[in-house]
Design a protein around this ligand. Structure first.
Ligand code: UDP
Length: 231
């Protein structure tokens, strides 16, 4: 039984969110997305010529993502450099963003997205995707939709949203399901499941993810509006 969340939130309640555009001056586009104690910064470079040339696609530009957790982002220092986990998350981030970007006007070019997790309390791949989507919009990359992402899952006997690290480590069992959505197109671009859930539970969790993505979209939209309000 998981009758009360450790941090007192409702089961359908997201942690406090904050988003900001233009946090890395040297990048073509950038954003910060914070949810609870998880903070992601995304920086976009490009479109620019892709090298080596044999990797170029003459039909459209290439989206390339790199996810990295900074050494000091958690209490136990993380070894710097790529790992199996960071490679996997870079790939799923790329796949989650791909349906939203339209790179057909940029043949042979690459758009690089660098996601840095500066502080981690679970849900980092989702926070990274939210930040990256904002950074791509900030860079002026043509987009079909925003991408919103959140982790849903089952802790003990409860279906809930936006698990923190304590919940992910819950002794009596936890299933974690990161989801990314294109809310305007009603499409899912990322769905992973770490653990076990019944079919009905997955359906319930997906419904919760959809409602939560609407709240995330509002935060993203406000951050973009804030930028244009300030010129
Ligand atoms: N984590 C950690 N050390 C690591 C990797 C992850 O302490 O080397 C923590 C961090 O808080 C992270 C959480 O474990 O957010 C869950 O990691 P997971 O691989 O499930 O991905 P995430 O939920 O962050 O997308």
């Amino acid at each position: 039984m998981y009758s009360k969340r450790i941090d007192g939130r409702g089961f359908d309640e997201l942690r406090k969110m904050e988003a900001k555009i233009g946090v890395v001056e040297s990048a073509d586009g950038s954003a910060m997305f914070k949810i609870g104690d998880t903070i992601a910064i995304a920086a976009v470079r490009g479109p620019r010529d892709l090298h080596p040339k044999f990797m170029q696609n003459p039909k459209r530009g290439t989206l390339r993502c790199n996810y990295n957790m900074m050494s000091f982002s958690v209490d136990e220092r993380i070894r710097p450099g790529p790992s199996r986990r960071s490679r996997e998350i870079s790939l799923v981030t790329e796949n989650a963003l791909m349906p939203a970007v339209n790179l057909s006007d940029f043949p042979n070019a690459v758009v690089d997205v660098f996601v840095e997790i500066v502080q981690a309390d679970a849900g980092t791949r989702c926070a990274g995707i939210c930040a990256a989507s904002l950074a791509l919009a900030d860079a002026g990359i043509p987009m079909r939709d925003m991408v919103c992402a959140v982790s849903v899952g089952k802790v003990g006997d409860k279906i809930l949203v936006d698990l923190n690290k304590h919940e992910e480590d819950y002794e009596e069992g936890c299933s974690d399901m990161p989801v990314a959505m294109l809310p305007g197109r009603d499409e899912i671009s990322l769905l992973q499941l770490d653990g076990k859930m019944k079919k009905e539970e997955i359906a319930e969790a997906l419904e919760l993810a959809k409602k939560s993505c609407e709240k995330i979209l509002e935060v993203q939209r406000n951050a973009l509006m804030e930028k244009y309000k300030n010129g």
